[in-house]
Design a protein around this ligand. Structure first.
Ligand code: DC
Length: 222
């Protein structure tokens, strides 16, 4: 088994971009588990499945083929061979992803797939429950957090990139709603693992976040 680095934290904490860069620097495989829950949500919306229909959504999740691929240094998400990298980032998907990912069956299916992705590779896996549920024995666990207004500002840029203009206030509302559902669901809620190292990124530059994590990993694995 390779080395596993688990990076958890709320939306907009800087977790995704940091995890991606840490993986690049260490030459580890990067797995974005939020993209997997977003892909399930996109498929649920496209099929017009009622959000209350846990069974059908779980069955759908089991059938989906979700893969990642680097193309010209950009990380892409594929759903049944279709590039859905932009489609999974819309506010419509963001509004439904927390209820979909609160369905226990969906979480069981996703965690199984995440564990199967590891094989013998060194991995940086990023999400909400990686250090607590998917890999409780991960070699390294980080919990990344930031002030909600800093998080909203970061998200505004993400939305701009895909042509959606939302206000800070709208994003603060979206983030608060997701935080609440993600941290209070019964199955594997967003939670800092007891043995995770917390990094608050409110006042850190991107490079500082990356360097902190990379140096901790390098120091301990030498
Ligand atoms: O990291 P993100 O914003 O792309 O994640 C989208 C949603 O997916 C998040 O609000 C909750 C869910 N999620 C989860 O429940 N468990 C994970 N390991 C990753 C994401």
């Amino acid at each position: 088994m390779g080395m596993i680095v688990a990076i958890d934290g709320p939306a907009g904490s800087g977790k995704s971009s940091t995890a991606k860069e840490v993986a690049r620097k260490l030459n580890f495989t990067y797995v974005d588990t939020g993209a997997m829950y977003r892909a399930v949500t996109l498929a649920t919306l496209r099929k017009n499945i009622d959000i209350e229909n846990d069974k059908l959504i779980t069955r759908l999740a089991r059938k989906l083929d979700i893969r990642f691929r680097w193309i010209d240094n950009v990380h892409h998400t594929f759903l049944d061979n279709e590039d859905v990298s932009d489609a999974i980032r819309t506010s419509a998907v963001a509004a439904m992803v927390s209820p979909v990912s609160a369905i226990p069956g969906v979480r069981i299916v996703m965690a199984e797939q995440q564990r199967a992705m590891v094989k013998n590779d060194n991995i940086v896996m990023e999400g909400r429950d990686i250090g607590t549920n998917v890999f409780p024995d991960a070699d390294f666990k980080f919990y990344i957090d930031a002030d909600i207004h800093v998080r909203a500002k970061r998200r505004i840029n993400d939305y701009r990139k895909i042509g959606q203009s939302l206000t800070i206030e709208e994003i603060v509302i979206e983030l608060k709603k997701r935080d609440k559902i993600d941290s209070s669901r019964s199955h594997s809620p967003l939670q800092k693992a007891e043995d995770a190292i917390t990094i608050n990124t409110s006042n850190l530059s991107f490079q500082e976040q990356v360097d902190q994590i990379v140096s901790i990993i390098r120091e301990k694995s030498d």
